[in-house]
Ligand binder design. Structure first.
Ligand SMILES: [Fe+2]
Ligand SMILES: [Fe+2]
Length: 297
């Protein structure tokens, strides 16, 4: 008898727990808390986000990988800027879309060949940026994956990478503070846009062996023309609807100086140098390895 009573009591308890109304009352979240959490995150993102917007004409470069930078392509960039500056003292706008610094000293990967310290890279980067300011009125800088190596080494979290401080401290160390936000505009994002919204320039996390594949896929998603860095190769593709361009713009690196690239054999395509000019009307011209080079065109 005692046993039956115990069993009944247990059954009643089970039924009580399985009551749907009670389940909802106990487990449904407090929506007010979610709203507040959203407000905190959105507020932090909006406060920290440093989006940059550039005007035409602009030259879009990427992947300088300092100190492994191509002198030949730096000079070509300067020649195009000079030939197209018109009556201006300098060409109006230059974009550097990620991987300005190599930061090999900051990675966990095995180093091959001489390693430059971060301070040495910053010294060389300072010389390059200040030289570029002789040719360009304004410079816009976005982060690339290599620019974030420093942060990974410090073991910080991704939110720190996104903070205003990181990008400004890293790139600000190469420039006189009077230049920041007057002639040099630093973003903590891996992308930027033209003022008319027709061009998205970015340093994507994706990679494809076929030039143009990644930027044209991004074009399909965002319904804009796209210039992408990170691929280290060249390619121009039209979106399926024929409305937009996706361009892999090569890079400003010197492949022969990048010993990890020389020492290894992979199935990746050969690196290609290049950059993209967006003229006064926002029309693109790709300068790159294997393409006819004429700074006046
Ligand atoms: Fe790169
Ligand atoms: Fe990259």
């Amino acid at each position: 008898m005692k046993k039956d009573k115990d069993v009944k009591a247990k059954d009643e308890k089970d039924i009580e727990i399985l009551n749907p109304q009670q389940e909802i009352a106990v487990k449904s979240p407090d929506l007010g808390i979610i709203v507040r959490a959203n407000e905190i995150c959105e507020g932090w993102v909006n406060d920290q986000k440093q989006k940059t917007i550039f005007d035409y004409p602009a030259i879009i470069t990427c992947d300088w990988h300092i100190p492994h930078t191509s002198v030949e392509w730096s000079e070509r960039l300067g020649r195009v800027a000079l030939s197209r500056k018109g009556d201006n003292e300098r060409f109006p706008n230059l974009a550097i879309v990620g991987d300005f610094l190599d930061e090999a000293s900051q990675t966990k990967f095995l180093s091959i060949g001489p390693t430059f310290t971060l301070d040495q890279e910053l010294q060389i980067g300072s010389v390059v940026l200040n030289q570029l300011l002789n040719y360009f009125e304004r410079i816009y800088i976005n982060l690339g994956n290599h620019d974030m190596n420093l942060l990974k080494d410090l073991g910080k979290k991704s939110e720190s990478f996104f903070s205003r401080e990181y990008a400004e401290i890293l790139f600000g160390r190469m420039l006189d503070s009077s230049l920041i936000n007057t002639r040099v505009f630093i973003s903590n994002l891996k992308w930027s846009e033209s003022r008319d919204g027709k061009w998205l320039i970015c340093h994507p996390d994706n990679y494809s062996k076929k030039g143009g594949n990644v930027p044209v896929e991004i074009s399909e998603i965002y319904m804009k023309n796209v210039i992408g860095g990170h691929g280290h190769h060249l390619g121009m593709q039209r979106t399926k609807n024929g409305l937009f361009w996706g361009i892999d713009g090569g890079g400003m690196f010197n492949e022969d100086s990048m010993l990890y690239k020389i020492a290894n054999i992979t199935t990746h395509p050969k690196f290609n140098n290049g950059f993209v000019l967006l003229n006064e009307r926002g029309e693109a011209r790709l300068y790159g390895d294997g393409l006819e080079f004429d700074e006046n065109q």
